[in-house]
Design a protein around this ligand. Structure first.
Ligand SMILES: C[S@@+](CC[C@H](N)C(=O)[O-])C[C@H]1O[C@@H](n2cnc3c(N)ncnc32)[C@H](O)[C@@H]1O
Length: 439
């Protein structure tokens, strides 16, 4: 292994197994800063891939099949390419859509002026969140002010026109609104899980002050972004749990794919966004905890699995045909008396689903085009899993050749995510550089 310290960007030529420490603070430029999202990767990764494999070209199609908050998609458009994003999470899809959509700036300024005036005048709101425990999560003052802003955002198409330009602006404002919700709630600001701490009482920020500050920032960033994007570049973001549905349209047409797939058992995306869903979940039919829990089942790596699903599972009978991994699944099963059965099954299922993923992605890519995957290793029931190596082996038997593997660590802690009790911070993000090779 070779270690190397860099400041801003990865070099185009990288020796295998190099591990970089990247010091950059430049991860929030333009729309990249819109809304928090668990497991967001740094824009330097898609930027590196695009500059390496599509250098000097424009108008190519870049895919991110687990697009999350759209980091790859924004970089694709900034480099004058087209992009397709796919994700199962409806909030992530809306964030990605907003971050990549150019806006009618004249209309935006008109609506902004109206919104600022109205927020300062309005006292009564029509919107009421349907969550029965809303008073646990928010103060009365926050509920009242959030309701006012949400009601105003709802009125926009009626007042300004029900057309695409106006809906795009409304979506931008929904994401701006959503992005302040955790901070104005009683819930801890930083944790992966949404909870109200009774030992460490939080003083929530004022809704109106924070929203107006955020609105100013969003307008500045989307204006700068809009001016940089070519009118010929197209962006599509689709909310689905599988790429199979879109196969026919883009079969064999993708020039480059870049992604960071879900981790095993590490992030509960819906739990993480619970307070946001109380205020904007009705747009996706996810405004109550019950509806939110129903949606969790199809997330890859999800740990909410019903007993019936794994009652017949045995790691000694169901093998993934990767010797080290099969052994580790058996160790998880036998050594963790309390949770081993379930954890072994969750891990097994993760790799089965990722195998199906590689199969379907392979059909979408052009021959010899690259699929860049960023993945951290995992720790399940105190057993370390070399997830990157196992995924490389699975990809290898599904039409991909591993051209390179390198890694990076991020100096700034805020970009990493904590996995307390499950192996600590993910230290190294591995970059697997696959090439479609079916001949
Ligand atoms: C590590 S995150 C991607 C983060 C992204 N690179 C970014 O910068 O924001 C992984 C994503 O996979 C999505 N995901 C999980 N299961 C999925 C499935 N079955 N189909 C599509 N997306 C899925 C999650 O919703 C999550 O957004």
């Amino acid at each position: 292994m070779k270690f190397s310290e860099i400041q801003e960007s990865f070099p185009l030529e990288i020796e295998e197994n190099t591990i970089f420490t990247i010091n950059t603070k430049s991860v929030t430029y333009l729309t990249h800063d819109f809304h928090k999202y668990p497991g967001k990767f740094i824009p330097q990764v898609p930027k590196w891939a695009i500059e390496k494999y599509l250098s000097g070209l424009e108008g190519k199609i870049i895919l991110d099949p687990f697009c999350g908050s759209g980091t790859t998609l924004v970089e694709a458009l900034l480099h004058h390419h087209n992009c397709i994003g796919i994700d199962i999470d409806p909030l992530s899809v809306l964030i990605s859509k907003v971050k990549t959509t150019v806006i009618n700036l004249k209309k935006l300024n008109e609506i902004n002026e109206w919104l600022i005036n109205s927020i300062n005048q309005e006292e009564i709101a029509e919107f009421k969140p349907s969550c029965a425990t809303i008073n646990h999560w928010f103060t009365n003052d926050a509920i009242n002010k959030l309701s006012i802003i949400r009601s105003l955002i709802d009125k926009i198409p009626v007042l300004f026109g029900n057309n695409r330009d106006i809906i795009d602006i409304q979506d931008l404002l929904i994401i701006c609104f959503s992005s302040i919700i955790r901070k104005v709630s009683n819930a801890d600001n930083q944790s992966q899980k949404t909870y109200v701490s009774h030992t460490n009482k939080k003083i929530p920020e004022d809704v109106k002050t924070l929203f107006l500050k955020q609105l100013g920032k969003y307008i500045q960033d989307i204006t700068a972004y809009t001016k940089l994007i070519k009118s010929t570049s197209k962006s599509i973001v689709i909310c689905t749990s599988s790429v199979d549905g879109i196969n026919k349209v883009i079969d064999g047409k993708i020039d480059l794919a870049i992604t960071s797939p879900p981790y095993i058992k590490a992030i509960d995306y819906i739990y993480n966004q619970m307070v946001e869903f109380f205020w904007i979940g009705d747009y996706f039919d996810m405004d109550t905890q019950k509806k939110q829990n129903l949606k969790k089942q199809n997330y890859i790596g999800n740990k909410q699995i019903r007993k019936e699903e794994y009652s017949t599972y045995s790691p000694y009978e169901r093998l993934l045909s990767i010797k080290e991994l099969d052994l580790k699944l058996q160790n998880i099963y036998s050594e963790d008396v309390k949770n081993g059965f379930k954890h072994s099954y969750i891990t097994y299922k993760y790799f089965i689903e990722m195998e199906a993923h590689f199969k379907s992605i392979n059909k979408l890519l052009q021959e010899d085009s690259h699929y860049i995957m960023v993945v951290g290793n995992s720790n399940v029931s105190n057993i370390n899993l070399n997830t990157a190596d196992y995924l490389a082996e699975i990809a290898g038997r599904n039409g991909f050749k591993l051209d390179n593997k390198w890694g990076y660590k991020i100096r700034n802690r805020f970009m990493r995510f904590d996995r307390k009790g499950r192996g600590g911070l993910i230290q190294i993000e591995w970059v697997l550089d696959f090439r479609k090779n079916t001949k």
